[in-house]
Design a protein around this ligand. Structure first.
Ligand SMILES: NC(=O)c1ccc[n+]([C@@H]2O[C@H](COP(=O)([O-])OP(=O)(O)OC[C@H]3O[C@@H](n4cnc5c(N)ncnc54)[C@H](O)[C@@H]3O)[C@@H](O)[C@H]2O)c1
Length: 284
């Protein structure tokens, strides 16, 4: 089972990069988003990115022309998923919205088309009842920026077939990644499960006045050689994403996570991190 043609659902921060990474590595990739403005923005981003690669001498004109033949933006979901071997979902981190999408997708693709979710925390079993053949459903979790970061988690749920997880794992390798194949599900998978523990302690320190977010990052970056402290990383992944996940936890447990109000305020003010130029840090 070889994945040659994919569709990425959602042209946001992650989806556009996952699609382009696949196209760069020889896989035919179509990006679909329900918002046409997002697809227009992806076109501008793609042009800028590829022009930059040429300007820096990292790609030739011929290579870029070749990549462009494999990277497509499509405003119709039906057309976007036609003839694909796999669909990678990268829409908002809200369970009900993802579930609704999987039900819709199930009506459009045949039962052997692989469906992978790029969710940051949600295991694919949460969506097993949304599709007719859950054996073709798994997690494929990329890290931001997906064009650069090599780590990918392929997570095989109890419903996922070995063949499907293997094909997704091979796709990750073909995309130049260094994947792991987790055969047991845990929310957040290996990476975000680990980082959640650290983040929780970091937020506890700030919430209770022991130090500022910037001081937490200094401790991690200068004391432990982390490339990025957790708050700097939060700016990169998006304050809105962190807030959505905190909100999910709050709703699920009834316990307000540390720094919840701070994140809520930042979202209200549009301080979403790097993408808006301001977050815990200011950017050019
Ligand atoms: N941001 C990160 O650093 C990061 C890292 C790893 C994984 N993820 C996960 O990737 C997914 C996407 O995150 P993101 O940061 O790219 O989000 P984003 O908000 O930047 O992009 C989401 C896109 O999905 C589109 N969308 C929403 N509902 C849709 C639907 N029903 N059909 C088609 N398009 C739809 C939106 O228009 C938007 O363009 C989430 O599950 C997130 O947890 C994010």
């Amino acid at each position: 089972m070889e994945i040659k043609k994919i569709c990425v659902i959602g042209g946001g921060l992650m989806g556009r990069q996952i699609g382009l990474c696949a196209a760069i590595h020889g896989v035919d990739a179509t990006v679909y988003d329900l918002n046409p403005d997002v697809l227009a923005a992806v076109q501008v981003w793609e042009d800028d990115y590829l022009a930059g690669r040429i300007a820096k001498g990292r790609m030739t004109e011929e290579q870029v022309a070749d990549i462009r033949t494999r990277y497509h933006l499509e405003p119709s979901l039906e057309k976007a998923v036609a003839g694909v071997d796999a669909v990678i979902e990268a829409i908002v981190e809200v369970q009900d919205i993802k579930a609704k999408f999987f039900r819709q997708l199930d009506e459009l693709v045949s039962e052997d088309v692989i469906i992978a979710t790029n969710s940051s925390y949600m295991v694919s079993s949460l969506f097993a009842d949304c599709v007719k053949n859950p054996a073709r459903l798994c997690n494929m979790h990329f890290y931001n920026p997906a064009l650069v970061m090599e780590f990918v988690e392929v997570v095989q749920g109890p419903h996922t077939s070995e063949e499907v997880a293997g094909a997704v794992y091979e796709l990750a390798k073909r995309m130049g990644k260094c994947p792991i194949w987790q055969k047991k599900e845990i929310p957040g998978f290996a990476g975000n499960y680990l980082i959640a523990g650290l983040t929780q302690r970091a937020r506890y320190l700030v919430q209770n006045g022991y130090c500022t977010p910037q001081e937490v990052d200094i401790a991690l970056e200068k004391g432990f050689n982390h490339k990025m402290g957790v708050f700097r990383m939060g700016d990169l992944t998006g304050i809105d994403l962190s807030y959505t996940m905190m909100k999910n936890t709050y709703e699920r447990t009834g316990e307000k996570p540390d720094m919840y109000d701070v994140y809520e305020q930042m979202v209200k003010e549009g301080r979403l991190g790097r993408k808006t130029g301001h977050g815990f840090y200011d950017y050019e």
